[in-house]
Design a protein around this ligand. Structure first.
Ligand SMILES: CC(C)(COP(=O)(O)OP(=O)(O)OC[C@H]1O[C@@H](n2cnc3c(N)ncnc32)[C@H](O)[C@@H]1OP(=O)(O)O)[C@@H](O)C(=O)NCCC(=O)NCCS
Length: 333
């Protein structure tokens, strides 16, 4: 049986730290509100001229390659999860390929499944490896959310939550189990509960011509926080249970849960339901906010570097986000 294993992890975040106190100088909010409702203390926002989605992804990739003891040319395929590509098109996969100095001999695929994007990308990479098509697949999640936020009191329910960053893993073919299973779901009935409408294509021609656009609010992140929260707590639990049942494992078997960093209260709710202790759940939302598709690979990379992931551990990844989409993965390390 052919499996895929994570053999290298890396991450990169912008240098610019945005504290809750800073945000309280540009909108009506405060540190106490943000910490109590979300757990976030600070996040990183890109420096224009320095950070792009593709170059942050390249930095994360180089760290992952170094840890895997591989070089750029060992990569057979790129799967890039982002909903904030540098360009409207093409996607960021080809830009990363260029940043890495790779020529046209490999393919790059873009995944747009928001906060679940990284697990979707792992799932896709896993299938390509299992079928024998590729040996080393680079899986990336990278985002610049900050430039689409409404950084004013009007946009405070989202502006305080999102951050920028990139994470990467190298999945390699192996005859030993690694990724045990992945579980993917979506429900488009809730698409508009968390979305950025523009630049959408299905509008009258005049409304999409930049010089005619007078209302630019539709270019910003819109979120119905209560709805997202309510669905997230249910779907996170369901999809984790689904993964455990598929592998005939129990919640007690999980060594480390790395949930998408949506909100510390959501992570704590899942932790309580699964009866996991603090050491069994990795959270870094305090430092980075919600970095969408980048959040799980950044957290995985940090957890591994801190020695929290050991050989043979059972690692559970779970995510929920825009779409709605939700997903989980169980990995034997
Ligand atoms: C966004 C979220 C933190 C808001 O928390 P909440 O407890 O639901 O708060 P509400 O939206 O009900 O707002 C409560 C009040 O706080 C206010 N508020 C919103 N953002 C605020 C901020 N940054 N600072 C201060 N007050 C704020 C609201 O205006 C509202 O005021 P009102 O009662 O006078 O109308 C919460 O809904 C959440 O985390 N949802 C999930 C978000 C998520 O995970 N998104 C990513 C999914 S991948």
């Amino acid at each position: 049986m052919r499996y895929s294993r994570i053999i290298g992890l890396g991450h990169h975040v912008p240098d610019r730290v945005i504290t809750n106190d800073y945000l309280s100088t540009v909108m009506d909010t405060n540190d106490a509100w943000i910490v109590e409702r979300t757990g976030i203390r600070e996040r990183r926002w890109m420096d224009p001229g320095q950070d792009t989605v593709a170059n942050m992804a390249a930095k994360a990739t180089r760290m992952a390659l170094e840890r895997a003891k591989l070089k750029e040319t060992d990569i057979d395929f790129i799967v890039f999860a982002t909903i904030t590509p540098d360009y409207f098109f093409p996607g960021s996969g080809v830009l990363l390929q260029r940043e890495l100095g790779l020529d046209g001999s490999i393919a790059a695929l873009d995944i747009r499944n928001a906060c679940s994007g990284f697990i979707y990308a792992v799932s896709v990479a896993d299938q390509f490896i299992k079928t024998g098509m590729y040996k080393n697949v680079l899986v990336v999640g990278a985002e610049i959310q900050s430039t689409a936020l409404d950084i004013s009191t009007r946009g405070r329910n989202t502006a305080v939550i999102f951050g920028d960053g990139a994470g990467a893993v190298i999945l390699q073919a192996s005859d030993k189990p690694g990724v045990l299973s992945t579980h993917l779901h979506s429900d488009g009935r809730f698409a508009e509960e968390l979305y950025v409408k523009d630049p959408g294509s299905s509008r009258p021609h005049a409304e999409r011509q930049p010089e005619q656009i007078t209302d630019t609010s539709t270019f910003k992140v819109v979120m119905n926080g209560n709805q997202v929260f309510k669905h997230a707590v249910v779907r996170f639990m369901e999809v984790i249970q689904e993964a455990l049942e598929a592998n005939k494992l129990r919640k007690e078997d999980i060594n480390l849960l790395v949930p998408h960093q949506a909100n510390l209260r959501i992570s704590q709710y899942i932790q309580e339901k699964l009866e996991l202790n603090d050491a069994q759940v990795y959270n870094n939302i305090m430092r980075y906010g919600n970095t969408t598709a980048a959040s799980i690979p950044i957290a995985l990379s940090e957890a591994w570097a801190e020695g929290k992931i050991k050989e043979n551990d059972l690692i559970c990844l779970a995510a929920f986000g825009s779409g709605f989409t939700w997903a989980s993965a169980l990995i034997r390390w």
